[in-house]
Design a protein around this ligand. Structure first.
Ligand code: TNX
Length: 513
């Protein structure tokens, strides 16, 4: 069977050689290489099996995930069993081209079977996401749909351009439940996003249980923007989110925003304030008014406890320390603060990442800076890149999912302008920052701030379709990018989102199917 797979690779021809309506042409993010093979369509039938590499728990997990997607809509049994040969979908951890690396895959569709080969579970999972998009859109429905379930004949060779393909969710301005976060995890995983940055603290709410400082959540988590009840994750619930994301090959990056954006903490503990007086809870949307007390030793005991507890329940290597909009902290104080806090992150075995302001303090080269500016002229980032720091790009006028699409968008903000789908898509992360080489770019991330958003339908309206645009910039090779192609590929996602019940914004820039 393996020889057969190797033998059907065929001559690489571009995706547009496929029939105009073929889903091979509309995969998002665009794959590295697509080779249509007319006449070799595969039909998934009621007795199909999902065969996984014998002895591989990772292949089995990818198989179970695929079965979980396919069973509700097809109504088929789709047993997941170890094996290499049979009618159905075969997931293999042998025989993949070395180019697929740690997250890529090869997918081969023949008349007898669909083969997905990778070198890791993450690669198989990515291949499974592509296979979903090769099936009819109604496969995304959660109730039984009519067949046939045809996959177009051909091959895909695919792997990511950047290591970091992130989505950020602000659970502080409005709290989102564990189930709401999981729903978003599933939606972003379909576009090969591999990082979920959770903005866990801000002026309006502290959302993660810290056992040594319990009032952070009992008091600091008790409200949100607009005065609603807020909420927080217990450490067990946080671990549940982390594990759920991990099962989708997404690493959680938790953020504790400091030294600004800390009113919820300052309100919870009077001793964290320079004047010893706890301010009231805050439910507005102004920024830049709060600061931890830089000169008090208890500030660093607090940070040590918080980072320590968070590091212990976070398997990923990064902790995000915020650092943005510290307008209530003087420059020398900001420097003092970062000089104390960055070693605390390292002491707990983690690598620091933060909003780009913090690189002006000269962190060690392992630190990753998240750029959120609106101008490609950013001297402090040129210097940081020259010192060896890597950069995640989230330019607000491109990648901010909370910006309105246009003046009448009912949700969102507009301080960075309106961000239509084309604005979100039409830029090149490799050459965006003047004087920063592509080798310094760790990846891209789409932040979703929640001042105006309080439920999943709001998240979806702002994230889709723009999240798919940022995901493609993070994954696809620059040769595959281009607005004209993207809007066609995006158009094919519409029926998928409708079938899945995703409340997307049907931009007039896209010729929706
Ligand atoms: C700026 S971007 C902020 C956030 C706001 C966001 C709203 C950044 C690092 N800070 O505090 O929520 O704008 O778009």
């Amino acid at each position: 069977a393996l020889l057969l797979v190797g033998g059907v690779a065929g001559t690489a021809v571009p995706a547009h050689a496929a029939a105009p309506e073929s889903p091979l042409r509309t995969i998002v993010p665009a794959p590295v290489q697509v080779t249509p093979r007319p006449g070799a369509d595969f039909a998934l039938e009621p007795d199909a099996k999902i065969l996984t590499q014998p002895g591989s728990a990772e292949a089995r997990k990818a198989g179970e995930h695929l079965a979980g997607v396919l069973r509700p809509s097809t109504g088929y049994r789709l047993p997941v069993t170890p094996g290499l040969v049979g009618k159905g979908v075969v997931l293999l951890l042998v025989g993949a081209d070395h180019r697929v690396g740690a997250e890529g895959y090869q997918l081969d569709v023949t008349r007898k079977a669909v083969f997905i080969r990778a070198r890791t579970g993450a690669g198989l999972f990515a291949g499974v996401q592509t296979l979903r998009q090769l099936l009819p859109a109604r496969v995304e429905a959660r109730t039984p749909q009519p067949g046939p379930w045809t996959v177009p004949g051909g091959s895909v060779l695919d792997y990511p351009r950047f290591a970091h393909r992130g989505a950020m969710l602000d659970v502080s301005r409005h709290f989102f439940s564990v189930d709401e976060v999981k729903r978003y995890v599933d939606q972003i995983a379909a576009y090969k996003v591999n990082r979920l940055h959770l903005h866990l603290s801000d002026d309006q709410g502290w959302r993660i249980e810290i056992k040594s400082w319990p009032r952070l959540t009992t008091h600091g988590g008790s409200t949100e923007v607009g005065g609603g009840p807020g909420g927080f994750y217990t450490q067990e619930q946080y671990k549940e989110i982390v594990a759920y994301a991990q099962s989708r090959h997404i690493t959680v990056i938790p953020e504790i925003d400091m030294p600004g954006h800390t009113n919820a903490a300052l309100s919870s503990y009077a001793e964290l304030n320079c004047d010893g007086v706890a301010p009231p809870l805050y439910t507005g949307i102004e920024v830049g008014f709060s600061s931890l007390c830089i000169d008090k030793e208890i500030t660093y005991e607090f940070v040590d406890d918080v980072i320590g507890e968070l590091a212990a329940i976070t398997p990923g290597r990064y902790i995000h320390i915020g650092g943005d909009e510290a307008h209530a902290t003087t420059d020398p104080d900001y420097q003092t603060f970062m000089d104390r806090v960055l070693p605390i992150v390292a002491k707990h075995g983690k690598v620091a990442t933060g909003w780009h302001e913090f690189v002006k303090t000269g962190p060690d080269p392992s630190a990753v800076a998240q750029f959120w500016g609106t101008s490609p002229e950013a001297p402090t980032l040129v210097e940081a890149a020259a010192r060896g720091n890597r950069i995640v790009l989230s330019p607000a006028n491109r990648a901010y999912l909370d910006m309105k699409y246009h003046k009448d968008t009912p949700l969102g903000l507009s301080w960075a302008g309106y961000v239509e789908v084309r604005d979100a898509y039409d830029w090149n992360p490799g050459s965006y920052l003047r004087g920063v080489p592509e080798s310094a770019i760790h990846g891209v991330e789409a932040p979703l701030w929640s001042e105006t958003l309080s439920e999943s339908a709001h998240i979806e309206y702002m994230a889709f379709p723009r999240l798919a645009a940022i995901a493609e910039l993070g994954w696809s090779p620059s040769a595959a990018l281009g607005w004209d192609g993207f809007r066609e590929r995006l158009a094919a996602q519409g029926p998928r989102w409708r079938a899945a019940g995703v409340n997307f914004y049907a931009s007039s820039q896209v010729p929706w199917q």
